[in-house]
Design a protein around this ligand. Structure first.
Ligand code: E4P
Length: 225
């Protein structure tokens, strides 16, 4: 499973990219607002930090303007994935971009039927929003499973990008189902490495090691090590 980080915060992206775990980045208008940055400038910086796909979302709701905006965003860097909403206008724009050989992420997907349309429109990624479905009492993971089955039935190459991820269990469950990518907020990516028994076990090892009085010292190896 690939991990994308769901943020436009440059400091967070730089920090997390250093772990080697960041395969791409997703942004949206709300994340651009939160960053306080100009979309072109911040997206250019993100693309320079992360070589994988960087999703940048159009702002328009009509196909014609979406296409103009998407081409402008795609000119920022070769690793831009143009993000369009799952509407008929968005699907029309997706088809146009796909025919131009551009990478498209179709976002705001809340049903398997929508995901089927995105695949037929040539999307590189479909973004089902798991957490927002859970918020209204549905099970977002059921949607991931339905899309996986449909895409596998027909051999669609569109990647399932599990979005609106709220915690470790979402990542685990999406991975079990076979989502290709999870886009996660920085806090969730960090939390993937945490387990209380890891902390407890490490504290014990550190304490016991100190009692040995030893050091791991390459100079003791001899033989030119
Ligand atoms: C996906 O690309 C979206 O940016 C994001 O996952 C939305 O998540 P939210 O529901 O936490 O806003």
């Amino acid at each position: 499973m690939q991990f994308f980080v769901d943020t436009a915060d440059i400091a967070e992206i730089r920090d997390l990219a250093a772990t080697g775990m960041v395969d791409g980045v997703t942004t949206n208008p709300s994340l651009i607002l939160k960053s306080g940055r100009d979309i072109i400038e911040v997206t250019r910086e993100i693309c320079a930090l992360v070589p994988g796909p960087v999703s940048a979302e159009v702002a328009a709701t009509d196909a014609e303007t979406m296409i103009a905006e998407g081409r402008a965003l795609a000119a920022i860097a070769p690793n831009i994935a143009i993000k369009v909403p799952l509407t008929w206008d968005g699907l029309r724009a997706c088809r146009t971009f796909a025919d131009e050989g551009r990478m498209v992420n179709v976002t705001l997907c809340f049903s398997a039927a929508q995901a089927l349309l995105a695949a037929k429109a040539g999307a590189a990624f479909i973004s089902p929003f798991v957490g927002r479905l859970d918020d209204i009492g549905l099970d977002g993971m059921d949607l991931i499973a339905d899309i996986r089955q449909i895409y596998d039935n027909y051999g669609f190459p569109t990647k399932i990008l599990a979005a609106s991820i709220r915690g470790v269990n979402h990542v685990r469950d999406a991975a079990k189902i076979g989502a290709d990518v999870a886009t996660v907020p920085p806090s969730v990516l960090r939390s993937l490495a945490h387990h209380p028994l890891t902390d407890k076990g490490l504290a014990q090892f550190v304490a016991d090691w100190a009692k040995t009085g030893q050091k791991i010292d390459a100079s003791k190896l001899g033989g030119g090590a």
